[in-house]
Design a protein around this ligand. Structure first.
Ligand code: CA
Length: 175
């Protein structure tokens, strides 16, 4: 994968770069939020690793800008341990997943592999989902049981989308 790292901590940035290159990925690393947003929007990356506390533009805003321009680009946030509020804000802004710092190399690589597999397996229209005799049109917040149409709230749709996106693992109540 071609991966963009947005991380202002030099040791972590270099460490991540080496780790991901060693795993066979192509990597570009930038040190502040403004560069992260512009690179993420301009170039065709397969994944963005995004720190939250960043100079010039914070990670939430970077995520929002990239998400707006590139709705399908996976974004993996790297919040510090204990910053529960940031995680929730990140996920609401459209981050795909997060790995809490400090993390182990194996954990991070496993998450990145999972994102790569999901991207490969994603159907052309990820908003249309079938499960247990129900069809969901998540883009329109509607479920169908046979011909019966069932309206969904935005929150219900958000939970369904999250569960579907992470169907290969358990999700926490907090998520
Ligand atoms: Ca930081």
């Amino acid at each position: 994968m071609k991966i963009l790292i947005v991380e202002d901590e030099p040791l972590l940035r270099d460490g991540l770069t080496d780790l991901l290159k060693g795993a066979g990925h192509r990597v570009e690393a930038v040190a502040d939020g403004a560069s992260g947003a512009s690179r993420g929007v301009e170039d065709a990356f397969d994944l963005v690793l995004l720190d939250l506390m960043l100079p010039k533009l914070d990670g939430i805003e970077v995520c929002r800008r990239i998400r707006k321009a590139r709705p399908a680009l996976p974004i993996l946030m790297l919040p510090a341990r204990g910053s529960e509020e940031d995680k929730v804000r990140g996920l609401k802004t459209g981050a795909d997943d997060y790995v809490t710092k400090p993390f182990g190399a194996k954990e991070l690589l496993a998450r990145i592999d999972a994102i790569g597999r999901r991207a490969e397996a994603a159907p052309a229209d990820a908003e249309k989902v079938e499960c247990d005799g129900l069809r969901f049109d998540l883009g329109k917040c509607i479920a169908f049981r046979g011909k019966q149409e069932i309206g969904l709230t935005a929150r219900e749709t958000g939970i369904l989308r999250w569960l579907h996106r992470h169907r290969d693992r358990a999700v926490t109540r907090e998520e």
